[in-house]
Design a binder for this molecule. Sequence first.
Ligand SMILES: *[C@@H]1O[C@H](CO)[C@@H](O)[C@H](O)[C@H]1NC(C)=O
Ligand SMILES: *[C@@H]1O[C@H](CO)[C@@H](O)[C@H](O)[C@H]1NC(C)=O
Length: 200
Amino acid sequence: MLPTRLSLAPRAVVSLLLTFLALSAHASAYFIVEEPTASTQWKNGQAAPVKWDKGVLDGVDAFDLEMARLGSDGLTYVAMNVDTTKNANKVLNIVLDNIPAGDDYFLVFLNSTHGLIHGTSDRFTVLAKDSSSNANASSPDSSASTVTVTSAPNPTNAWATTFALPNGAVRLLTQGLESAFLGVALAMLCSVAGAAWTLL
Ligand SMILES: *[C@@H]1O[C@H](CO)[C@@H](O)[C@H](O)[C@H]1NC(C)=O
Ligand SMILES: *[C@@H]1O[C@H](CO)[C@@H](O)[C@H](O)[C@H]1NC(C)=O
């Protein structure tokens, strides 16, 4: 019984250590999509807010916003270079125009240059302009920018809005990128170590 315990112990310690390393590499990468949520309904023609929150020191000073549907592979490019520096408003108003109704939309917050995803929203609903239901969304934020999205999901469409990148964003983003790569490298290391450990 004792030898069994002893041989299990190092394995547990190693996996705990690897888990800790992987978690600490991601600790600063905190990004929460507050709206839309699963019960949100956006109605074509009415402004509704997108809200998020994120870690202050994560190195992400801007993101690109895309809208996608689970049921189709089309993407709508909503806005590029959305400012999310420390003092920026973490709200962006969206007005949908002629977007097909559906209950399988979600937003992707990412750097589209290299595809690093910061966060995704819950799956939410888009109502037609002439729908008899009311939109279930918060009021738009009068101090935030408003983006009108007219295109139907189509990967060849251009961005509805491109903002100017905030000052200093590139330098800080490089750090964010490095820590993302570190996270990926650690995750790979963990799975390799985990696999090797299982084989032993
Ligand atoms: C929508 O409706 C649900 C209740 O069904 C509510 O919890 C939610 O806060 C509402 N508002 C938004 C913006 O989703
Ligand atoms: C995406 O990353 C690239 C390279 O790090 C950077 O130049 C660009 O500004 C980033 N885009 C956004 C929206 O942050």
